[in-house]
Design a protein around this ligand. Structure first.
Ligand code: SF4
Length: 154
């Protein structure tokens, strides 16, 4: 898996103070997408074990408490990203008690594959659905268009 940006401190993408990772790879190609540079899975930089460790360290940093991790992109549920994202969210569940995981994906919740569902079983909140320009609504919180839904899973 490649990624485009990692923000160890972020107050924009999700509630509270968070870490945020924007991954590479997205097959939805929504018209009006703000992150077209992330579509190609080989764009950006390799996601390394060192960065995975750094995210865990940042989430557990008691000097600047983080509420959790936001996963966006690109699409964290893009098929080629699944094994890496599954390992990351599993580590956060095990090693970062009390931290939540929010994940933005263009896939609809009800159409997720079994492999994608393994990730969703380990996160707290899923925002699903493609960005639809004709349903764009700047007043929505955490969403870009009205068709997208927020699933508070646990
Ligand atoms: S799902 Fe997100 S990243 Fe992918 S094309 Fe749509 S808006 Fe862009």
């Amino acid at each position: 898996m490649n990624y485009h940006r990692y923000y160890p401190l972020d107050v924009v993408n999700g509630p509270g103070t968070r870490c945020t990772l924007f991954v590479s790879g997205c097959e939805h190609h929504c018209r009006g997408c703000y992150n077209q540079s992330t579509w190609r899975p080989d764009s950006g930089y390799p996601f390394t074990p060192d960065l995975e460790d750094q995210i865990i360290t940042d989430l557990n940093d008691s000097r600047i408490p983080r509420q959790g991790l936001s996963l966006s992109g690109g699409d964290p549920l893009y098929p080629a990203n699944i094994s890496t994202i599954l390992r990351l969210v599993s580590r956060i569940n095990a090693e970062c008690p009390g931290k939540d995981i929010w994940l933005w994906s263009g896939y609809r919740f009800q159409w997720l594959t079994n492999e994608q569902r393994k990730i969703v079983a380990r996160i707290n909140v899923l925002i699903d659905g493609k960005f639809i320009d004709s349903q764009k609504d700047l007043t929505l919180k955490w969403r870009g268009s009205r068709n997208q839904r927020i699933w508070y899973l646990r």
